[in-house]
Design a protein around this ligand. Structure first.
Ligand code: ME8
Length: 665
């Protein structure tokens, strides 16, 4: 079995994680699960970077020791990863003993080789990036220099005795390695940046600090601590037992993939390979460099005060929704913009309206027409064969895209297919097939094809939608975790439909994020006023009286129990067509879509609503009311409306993203 070892950066513990950290870690988790799906034996490492001046300073500000700060912050990271369904195989802390001794071992190896020598560093240092600023950077008149990594000006001048790494000796070897492995850094544009950087010439690098106490002591010279980047980068080998060069190290090194954002490219693509060459160790196979997450088009950073707390999202959305949005919206090479409007729009459209709706329509119809299990012989036409062929082509191209870590494009293709299936339902109109006994085999063929397509897509989505994928498998009683056009299980009987992506109360979400836009937010919930009625007419019934009045009389205290309530099936429907009923000025005839079919309904609302007011609107109906004939038209159900003292109807407005067929309960 082929192994696959992948890593995230180890994050600084100066603060709690934000959505940028969550993105890298989710991306790694998605790749881990995807590689598993493709049959690899995967090892996924993440962790925390706890040494150095940056952490020392943050801890002091909070009146803590660096270790106390680290211990507290690590819990935040671990808790967030748990909530986001991150399944790492190891979590390394740079304060772990195995790491400390491992780093000392790398340092000693390189020193024994003669690539580390004693000297003195004099120059500027950016604490925020833990970066030595080269002399080539021009000094301002007031003695400051701009950090090439973050652009911040600093007057932090350092002069200290330290050990240097002979980086200058590695330029040619690095260039040769890049030339032989042009895919080492992905995307290509980032590889080009690295090559240009190295071609400009490399200077020896200070790899110890004598003025920083919070770090790993240099073996044999405890006055010095190891430079935090030398320490941190080594985590990728210390976490897999480089210290004893044990089985895990032999199995998994070199890493197959280091994942990070562009901020730390130089450290990973120049320093790290040089350190490894010096230590006589193989180099990682690939580094995947993603862009920045911006908030409302501005770079998200703690100093700009615009970082996004994933916990706010998690209070309103499932982990799957967050994972999906981040994977769908970011393309590896470019920056991604995070807006609350974009987030809720994407989730409601793709996940609630398209995917969850496809599953619930299909399972709803299997429940309705086949009592949840198929006994019939199914009949298929070329159209069903085409659905299968299209899936096979889709899967091939999605796997190609996922192999290149282009999850956004892969997901776009998957959802295009989901929409094709939703259109297929409208095209074949299973509710019409259900009307004739002779069409039952075709109806079974259609619903089986939809079920197989859903299970197949579900597997493709499973690295991203971890929890929902399990729910879909459970609904269909399927334990097949693999890829390919799915068979239905032998004893096929679907379980009760579960809501995969319940609608989110966008008002509450926007209220918490304080991002309520001037215009109505996407998917706004109930507005203050309902749709205005047309005319101030005399009292009218709000709904058509239905059938005979045989409804059970409630208990004397007027209370009903939940079972009584459950008898009333209220669902969301969409008005497809509306017309006045001839010679009945109060009545409108509506054709409605209930998600699993269409039906006719007659409502006494014509004095207040015109057909144009209603076509396209989502309404609430009582679905299981006995049909009643009105003016010769069979009304199958009842529209719900509020009514005032004068019995004037007010039809409630539902959020646009409410799926047709959704149940009110
Ligand atoms: O650099 N958009 O740690 P760090 C996208 N300890 N990704 C973001 C992001 C944003 N706005 N903000 C952070 C360090 N990230 C070192 C790493 S590794 C040996 C040592 C992600 O806490 C992204 O992966 O500053 C970035 O590279 C990383 O967090 C930086 O995390």
């Amino acid at each position: 079995m082929k192994k696959f070892y992948l890593t995230t950066p180890i994050y600084y513990v100066n603060d709690v994680p934000h959505i940028g950290h969550a993105y890298t870690t989710i991306l790694a988790d998605v790749i881990k699960r995807y590689k598993g799906l493709r049959g690899h034996r995967v090892f996924f490492l993440t962790g925390t970077d706890e040494h150095g001046q940056k952490i020392e300073r943050s801890a002091a500000k909070q009146g803590l020791t660096p270790k106390q700060l680290s211990d507290a912050m690590v819990e935040h990271f671990k808790e967030l990863w748990r909530t986001l369904h991150i399944e790492y195989d190891a979590f390394i802390r740079t304060t772990d003993e195995v790491h400390i001794r491992g780093v000392q071992k790398v340092f000693s190896r390189v020193r024994e080789k003669g690539d580390i020598y004693l000297g003195e560093y004099a120059g500027h240092y950016c604490i925020s990036c833990e970066n030595f600023i080269p002399d080539s950077v021009e000094e301002t008149s007031d003695g400051k220099r701009a950090c090439p990594d973050c652009g911040r000006l600093t007057d932090n001048r350092v002069r200290e005795k330290c050990y240097f790494f002979r980086l200058s000796a590695y330029g040619d070897r690095l260039l040769k390695f890049y030339a032989e492995n042009p895919e080492f850094v992905t995307p290509r544009s980032r590889m080009n940046e690295v090559v240009s950087f190295v071609k400009m010439g490399l200077r020896d690098l200070s790899v110890t600090r004598s003025t920083v106490k919070w770090g790993i002591p240099v073996p044999g010279d405890p006055q010095q601590t190891i430079y935090v980047w030398f320490d941190a980068l080594s985590n990728y080998i210390t976490a897999i037992d480089y210290l004893d060069e044990g089985e895990r190290f032999r199995d998994f090194w070199p890493a197959d993939l280091h994942i990070m954002a562009k901020d730390i490219l130089k450290y990973h693509a120049v320093y790290w390979p040089a350190f490894l060459m010096a230590a006589g160790l193989p180099l990682p196979r690939k580094e995947l460099i993603h862009g920045w997450w911006l908030k409302d088009e501005k770079k998200m950073s703690k100093s700009s005060g615009n970082v996004l707390d994933p916990h706010i999202l998690l209070r309103h959305f499932s982990a799957d929704a967050i994972r999906y949005f981040l994977m769908r919206e970011a393309s590896i090479g470019a920056d991604g913009n995070f807006s609350h409007e974009g987030f809720i729009g994407r989730v409601n459209t793709d996940l609630t309206n398209d995917w969850a709706n496809l599953v619930s329509r299909t399972t709803g119809m299997i429940e309705k027409y086949f009592a949840n299990s198929f006994q019939d012989n199914a009949a298929y036409t070329d159209r069903e064969k085409e659905i299968e062929t299209q899936y096979n082509a889709l899967e091939k191209s999605v796997l190609d895209l996922f192999d290149q870590y282009q999850f956004n494009r892969g997901l776009e293709a998957v959802f295009e297919y989901v929409n094709q299936l939703n259109r297929y339902i409208v095209e074949v109109q299973p509710w019409n097939l259900a009307k004739e006994e002779e069409n039952r085999p075709r109806l079974a063929g259609v619903l089986k094809t939809l079920s197989r397509a859903i299970l197949s897509i579900n597997a493709l989505l499973s690295p991203i939608l971890t929890e929902t994928a399990a729910m879909v498998r459970a609904i269909f009683h399927s334990s097949d975790l693999g890829l390919g056009w799915k068979d239905l299980p032998e004893t096929f009987a679907i379980g009760r439909g579960t809501q995969l992506f319940p609608r989110v109360d966008s008002k509450a979400f926007f209220a918490e994020t304080e991002a309520i836009p001037a215009s109505a937010p996407i998917g706004a919930t109930m507005p203050e006023t309902s749709m205005p009625p047309q005319a101030d007419a005399a009292a009218q019934p709000t709904a058509v009286p239905q059938g005979d009045a045989t409804t059970k009389v409630p208990a004397a205290d007027g209370l009903i129990d939940i079972d009584d309530f459950k008898k009333v099936q209220m669902i969301v429907a969409r008005v497809l067509a509306a017309a006045k009923v001839e010679k009945a000025d109060k009545l409108l005839k509506l054709e409605i879509d209930t998600g699993d079919g269409t039906r006719t309904l007659v409502a006494g609302i014509a004095l207040h609503y015109t057909p144009e007011d209603l076509v396209g609107r989502k309404i609430i109906i009582v679905k299981n009311l006995k049909p009643a004939k009105l003016r010769g038209i069979l009304s199958q159900g009842m529209i719900l409306a509020a009514s005032d003292a004068a019995n004037r109807p007010y039809i409630p407005i539902l959020p646009e993203e409410t799926p047709v067929g959704a149940i009110l309960k």
